[in-house]
Each structure stands twice: as C-alpha cells, then as structure tokens.
Ligand binder design. Sequence first.
Ligand SMILES: [Zn+2]
Length: 264
Amino acid sequence: MARIFTVPAAFEFVTTKSEWTVATARILGWRERDGDGVLDDEHLKAEVSDGPFAGRVFQLQLQQLPEDIWDRCLTAGEPEDIENICSGFTPLVLVADKHPRPSRNADAWQMRDEFIRMKPTVDDVIKFLDKWGRWKSSDTELLDDVIRARARLRNELLLPPEQWLRRVPWFMGHMSRIHSYPYSKIRTEKCEFAITMATAIDFLNDVKFKKCARPDCNNPFEVKSGHGQQFCVQYCGHLVSMKRNRAKAKKARESGKTRFRKEG
Ligand SMILES: [Zn+2]
C-alpha cells in the first residue's frame, strides 16, 4: 500500500503592475527559432498594428488561432503562405506598457474571485490587468484568450475535483528550493498560473464550489460547510428576494383589481 504524505510548500503570487491598452494585431508568419534561421512550426510571429505600441512584435501559439485558420496553416505549402492565410485574422490584443511598477505580494484567491466576477468586456479586462499584472506569457495577450479562460474557469470550479486535477499540467515542476521552512516555494507573476495554483490547492484541500442561485449571476463560489448558502454574495440573495416580493405584490394588486371590477 502506498503511504500518502503531505509536503509543505509556499505559494507566492506577485503582481507587476502595468498599464494596459487595447489594439489590433496581424500575423506576420512563422516565428524563427532563436538565431538559427529555422522556422518554428508551433509559433507564429505577430505584430501590434495600431495604438501607442504599433510595431511591437510578439509570438502566438498556433492553437491560439481560430480553428479553421489553424487547419489551413498546418497544411500551408510555402512559409510565405501564412501571412496570406491569416490576413483576415486581426484579433484584438491587450498591450502592456514596458514600465511595470515594482511588484508586491498579492492574494491569488482574491484575484481569482475578481476574475470570475469580471464582466467579459474590453474595459473590465483592462481594469483587471491594470490591477493584477501579467496574464499568461508576456506584455501582449489576445483579448479572446483571457475572456475564454474566464468562461472556462467558471465551469471548471464546478467539476468533480478529480476530473480537473487529471487535466491540468502538474505544478511540481515550478517548485524551487528555499533555505528555510517550508523548504520549497512556487512563485509566479502570472495571473493565469496563479489561478491554476489556487484552484489546485483548493481541490487538494477538498474545497467545494457551487453555482450562485441568482439566474443572471451564476458565479461559482466556495461552499462553507454547515451552511445551506445559495448565493455567492448577500447582494445576490437580496436581489432575488426583492424580485420575488415585487412579483408577489404585483399578483396581489392584480387579483385585488379583478375583485374590485367584479364587485363594481
Ligand atoms: Zn451571485
């Protein structure tokens, strides 16, 4: 029988604040592998085409393309065809300035909660990144990637933990040794990875999530044991009961009116 043991480890989420703006981008072709002139067939080179950071070059993974364009890139004959195939793909990108302000320790759980509650609009995503820093890889991110990640997370928190834990890339590889207790640490500046870490820690600690019962909210929230909590925040419960009371009052008023008419 295997013996299960618990290894203590520190997890640190650090924000590097930048100012983000929105712009459009275009695909330039395959990315060249470092220095050797060989084309990388998993990454593309893209360029920000407008706004204050026009001309900034960044890389995209092939799988970040819409599926039909991705397929056509895979079967493209000549390397030069890529620009052609992708000419209609001009995604919105979020671009950070190059002067991140000093980093500070932050709470990954609070960040994840704000991410879940964030409206999936350009303005709200920018507000989120201005506050929390880097998303995934760099100072240039596809807007759709962030918005899709939010939709995915809202579903994933409601999955059976074993299903989620089976699917995520394991995080042990990110652990580094430190010289005092707890002797290992995971540190990240990337919101996407910090959300994965927070969720893994929750699921490994048997935290359960539930969907908010207010139909136009649906936020997943942590179930605290012993409470039959139905709403993610009190405000949602308040709105639902207000709506119910208004409906009841309306019904009472209407039945009052019909009675009055009959009597008259
Ligand atoms: Zn709610």
